[in-house]
Design a protein around this ligand. Structure first.
Ligand code: ADP
Length: 496
């Protein structure tokens, strides 16, 4: 009987477990949502215990649904919401405070102070990241500051810090193992990107004792190095670990430098494999470890804050459509936007602008503008924003993108995917299995146990659903991008 891989996909709103077979097909899955807490403006918290409870419940459920003997589950792969910060008591395994979620902005004043003190360029050079509350380092500092004797207890090794991967590994091993993988560690502001080891310089800057940090391990490892999870009395090795976006890049089979993926969800998350050496961005992108799997790969990363969410706004805010898929037929009523651009800077602009003061705008409206033009402009805005991030990546990496692999809810929209290919002038490729995050964790875990011998074999398990070839000229694409850049200028620095 064929071995199966259990992928644990611990996301921002739900915990999921998916069983994959050797062909990358889904055998069974289970999902549980958990509570989002917003105790103060700008604060977002999770209960780490509830995260563990829901994750554990989905493990039991998926095994029971698949109705397979435990011994067929050859390995576990973990992928997780990144940057979310947990601090727990090493002896009792109990969190000392609510987990601070990646979206939480409470450490913005601390980041601002460090920027004013001139630390930003050094932080970027060492970690590849920006001084932003998004990342774990300042969240951990906040937790240590607000826990009684936090710094002292952490220095004595009594408190353990982890991103969600570390927390799940700790719980799955009954508190025996405190580890994180290189991709997750590269989101903390505490890791030296070049060596994949904790940076003493950053630990000093953020005032974090090394004794509370997990050991950094590869994203894929053999059984002899892997921690063992106890699943109902069966010991299953955890041979794959990666943060969600890096796992998706892996699950899209982007193993070579120059390969890129875009996830079209609420926002858009773009990552490009840049090869085996880190590229520090000159175009406001993040530089991150993609994975350590028989050698480290690096990636450039950029995100668009409002992606598919602009479609929700058309539905809920304007009432132009009844459901998200309807935007495709409405937009198809007109051949183009007739010069209308919609910049959905509802919460500011992400990469490459990083302008928190930008706000949404619609320009180029004439008496002839209809709801179909607006729908089309909204759809095109998702692709135009993504194209700007990809162009910044190409400039940084000095490497052309050969194709863009896509996933996420809005990648189901064929018109959007065709427009994306036209505007980028590269093929856009949608895979058969769009659960690329969980699939990436399964691939990493399966490589560890030799289920696939190498990434070439993994690449063969990755199947195409549809390929969108560019159908417009370069000049056409440039005209639209130029118009877009002018529209974005009108949205910037608006809120005061
Ligand atoms: P998330 O994981 O961020 O919740 P999903 O990957 O589930 O996001 O994608 C949901 C998003 O995709 C929503 O913002 C929705 O408006 C958008 N979406 C879903 N279907 C379509 C479609 N056919 N065309 C355009 N956008 C869509």
């Amino acid at each position: 009987m064929d071995s199966l891989i259990l992928a644990l996909d611990q996301g921002t709103t739900s915990s999921r477990s998916i069983l994959f077979d050797r062909s990358g097909n889904i055998v069974a899955q289970a999902q549980r949502e958990f509570t989002q807490r917003f105790p103060n403006p700008g604060w977002v918290e999770h209960d780490a215990q509830e995260i563990w409870d829901t994750q554990w419940a989905t493990i039991l459920e998926v095994v029971s649904k698949a109705n397979v003997p435990h011994r067929r589950i050859a390995a576990i792969g973990i992928t997780n919401q990144r940057e979310t910060t947990v601090l727990w008591d090493r002896a009792t395994g109990v969190p000392v405070a609510p987990a601070i979620v990646w979206q939480d902005r409470r450490t913005a004043p601390f980041c601002q102070r460090l920027i004013e003190q001139g630390h930003e360029s050094r932080v970027a050079a060492v970690t590849g990241l920006r001084l932003d509350p998004y990342f774990s380092g300042t969240k951990l500092r906040w937790l240590l500051d607000h826990t009684p004797d936090g710094h002292e207890r952490a220095s004595r090794g009594e408190l353990a810090f982890g991103t969600i991967d570390s927390w799940l590994i700790f719980k799955l091993t009954g508190g025996a193992v405190h580890r994180t993988d290189a991709s997750n560690a590269s989101r903390t502001l505490l890791l030296d990107l070049k060596t994949a080891t904790w940076s003493q310089e950053m630990l000093d800057l953020f005032h974090i004792p090394q004794a509370c940090l997990p050991e950094v391990v590869p994203s894929s490892m053999g059984v002899s190095q892997a921690p063992l999870a106890d699943i109902s009395g069966h010991q299953i090795p955890i041979t794959g670990i990666a943060g969600d976006q890096q796992a998706a890049l892996f699950g899209q089979g982007c193993f070579q430098a120059g390969m890129a993926k875009n996830t079209y969800g609420t926002g858009c998350f773009l990552l490009m494999n840049t090869g085996t050496a880190p590229q520090i961005s000159k175009n406001q992108l993040l530089s991150t470890i993609a994975w350590d799997c028989g050698g480290r790969h690096y990636a450039l990363e950029g995100s668009v804050f409002t992606g598919g969410a602009v479609v929700q706004w058309l539905r809920d805010g304007l009432g132009l459509i009844a459901n998200a898929p309807e935007i495709e037929s409405l937009a198809a009523q007109v051949p183009d936007t007739a010069g209308v651009y919609l910049v959905p800077a509802f919460t500011g602009l992400g990469a490459p602008y990083w302008d928190p003061q930008a706000r949404g705008t619609i320009v180029g409206i004439t008496r002839g503008t209809t709801r179909a033009h607006l729908a089309r402009a909204a759809l095109e805005a998702i692709a135009l924003q993504s194209a700007e991030v990809l162009k910044a990546m190409q400039a940084d990496a000095a490497q052309p993108i050969t194709e863009l692999r896509v996933d996420g809810g809005a990648s189901a929209n064929n018109a959007l995917m065709q427009f994306q290919a036209d505007i980028l002038q590269v093929p856009v490729v949608r895979p058969a299995v769009t659960e690329t995050t969980a699939l990436g964790a399964a691939f990493l875990a399966g490589l560890g146990i030799g289920l696939w011998s190498d990434t070439d074999e993994v690449a063969r398990a990755w199947q195409v659903n549809r390929r969108f070839e560019p159908s417009q000229t370069m000049q056409w694409a440039e005209e639209r991008l130029n118009g877009w850049v002018r529209a974005v200028e009108r949205s910037r620095h608006w809120a005061v």
